[in-house]
Design a protein around this ligand. Structure first.
Ligand SMILES: Nc1ncnc2c1ncn2[C@@H]1O[C@H](COP(=O)(O)OP(=O)(O)O)[C@@H](O)[C@H]1O
Ligand SMILES: [Mg+2]
Length: 428
């Protein structure tokens, strides 16, 4: 196969012989227009399909032998992915015309080149003032070897901020170990964090290193620190002060060199006031407090974030989908995003699979129009149905499709939620 012919005057042309080579070139360089030349029908339709789907941002023009057009898969790939196609022998005038047209359309759409992440570049995307401030803050505290307390709503990017602090710190080549204190049963958390000696309890046949020790030379990220039981808060405080730990059942002091980064979505000063969190530990942890802003405080980042998500999950999208409509972006701006970026990713991924048009519409994101408009249009019974469906959908999106959590959120049992999902044809 050739992607482009060498003899096209006025064009910056790169020619390759097969799909693998084309993939390589396109990883490095963005092209506005691609020419897919398959004289003899050597290419597998499935390969073409996958390749075109992945590089959907390029406007493709096909050149095929007319005999091949009876193949249903090829016909479908042409209809779905190509801006235009020609049969051999090529009428060069018409081909130039076609290329020019595709190029003009590409310039009009001003589709930005696919977002590339250079290795080592930062993960926290966004151009808003609040995100720029956060990044500047992270740059500064990354170099200082002191505890950091990250606060922010669920799904706003706290773990990402922790990873970034570690990646920019002198400890970057050491381990980054993340543990969610809320996800581990309180009875296990002590031995998970601090490890245990042989015979510390029934079943402890061998000694085991804890996660804090495993993070030696790097950073340990304790997520949902507000859920750490009080006795463990004392052990953690001891570690922060002395840089040493005791394993469960041990009398030997082990010194550990790990930076502690913590995160919470609850208001820790309130937990301190209520006696649920040690005040001395709070002050130790919050030497450098940073706040990750919720998505609703930086809605100007929505176009960039949706574009990044669109490109990241392009392999999963329905084939004819080309982008996001203005209406969908407007609906996104009006939405409050209680589940933050995690909710945005969930809604986008679902919409990209389910969308039936060329552009994602507000309905694909389940961002419903105003409620009174629904009632006027649909009558009361249907409005109840739509409201129920929207509530379930929103809750699933917020909870990252976790059924138990969504059921709790909605105040129904898991069984009821499954039944309602079936009723509204919502896939788990
Ligand atoms: N600024 C951002 N740019 C790109 N992706 C982000 C950003 N913030 C968060 N994410 C993504 O959103 C999801 C939730 O982020 P996470 O750090 O786990 O949130 P939290 O720990 O606050 O619940 C992750 O998939 C993460 O990669
Ligand atoms: Mg998290």
């Amino acid at each position: 196969m050739r992607l482009a012919c060498g003899e096209l005057p006025g064009w910056d042309v790169c020619t390759v012989d097969n799909i693998a080579a084309a993939r390589k070139v396109l990883e490095q360089q963005h092209y506005a227009v691609g020419l897919l030349l398959d004289r003899k029908g050597n290419l597998e339709s499935e390969d073409i399909e996958r390749f075109l789907q992945h590089h959907h941002q390029i406007r493709w023009i096909g050149v095929f032998n007319g005999d091949l057009l009876h193949r249903p898969q090829l016909r479908e790939a042409i209809a779905t992915h190509l801006s235009d196609f020609h049969t051999l022998p090529v009428d060069t005038v018409r081909l130039y015309h076609s290329l020019g047209h595709a190029h003009g359309m590409a310039m009009l759409a001003k589709s930005a080149p696919p977002h590339k992440r250079q290795s080592g570049s930062r993960h926290i995307d966004g151009k808003s003032a609040t995100i720029c401030r956060l990044r500047a803050h992270i740059d500064k505290i990354a170099t200082v070897d002191a505890p950091v307390l990250i606060s922010g709503e669920s799904g706003s990017g706290k773990e990402l901020a922790a990873q970034e602090i570690h990646a920019q710190s002198p400890r970057a080549s050491g381990p980054f170990i993340a543990i969610n204190c809320a996800a581990i049963p309180p009875s296990l958390i002590h031995s998970e964090l601090f490890g245990y000696e042989r015979g510390a309890f029934t079943g402890a046949a061998k000694e085991k290193q804890g996660l804090i020790e495993a993070a030696s030379g790097g950073s340990i990220f304790l997520d949902e620190i507000g859920d750490l039981p009080l006795d463990l808060q004392a052990s953690l405080l001891r570690f922060l002060q002395e840089r040493t730990i005791y394993r469960v059942g041990g009398t030997r002091m082990v010194s550990v060199d790990a930076r502690v980064i913590t995160a919470t979505h609850v208001d820790l000063p309130k937990a301190v006031a209520a006696g649920r969190f040690r005040e001395d530990l709070y002050y130790r942890l919050s030497v450098f407090p940073i706040r990750v802003p919720p998505l609703r405080e930086r809605k100007e980042d929505l176009p960039l974030l949706t574009e990044i998500i669109f490109n990241k999950f392009a392999d999963e999208k329905s084939p004819q989908l080309k982008g996001i409509s203005k209406q969908a972006l407007r609906a996104m701006t009006q939405h409050d995003w209680p589940g933050n970026i995690r909710e945005l990713i969930n809604r986008m991924r679902r919409a990209m699979v389910l969308a039936e048009n060329r552009l994602i519409m507000p309905e694909d994101l389940e961002l419903a129009p105003q409620e009174d408009a629904i009632i006027l249009r649909d009558g009361l019974d249907n409005s109840r149905g739509s409201a129920e469906r929207a509530a379930i959908w929103n809750s699933l999106a917020r909870c990252g499709n976790n059924i138990s959590q969504a059921a709790r959120d909605l105040g129904v049992s898991r069984m009821t939620l499954y039944r309602l999902m079936a009723k509204h044809s919502i896939a788990p």
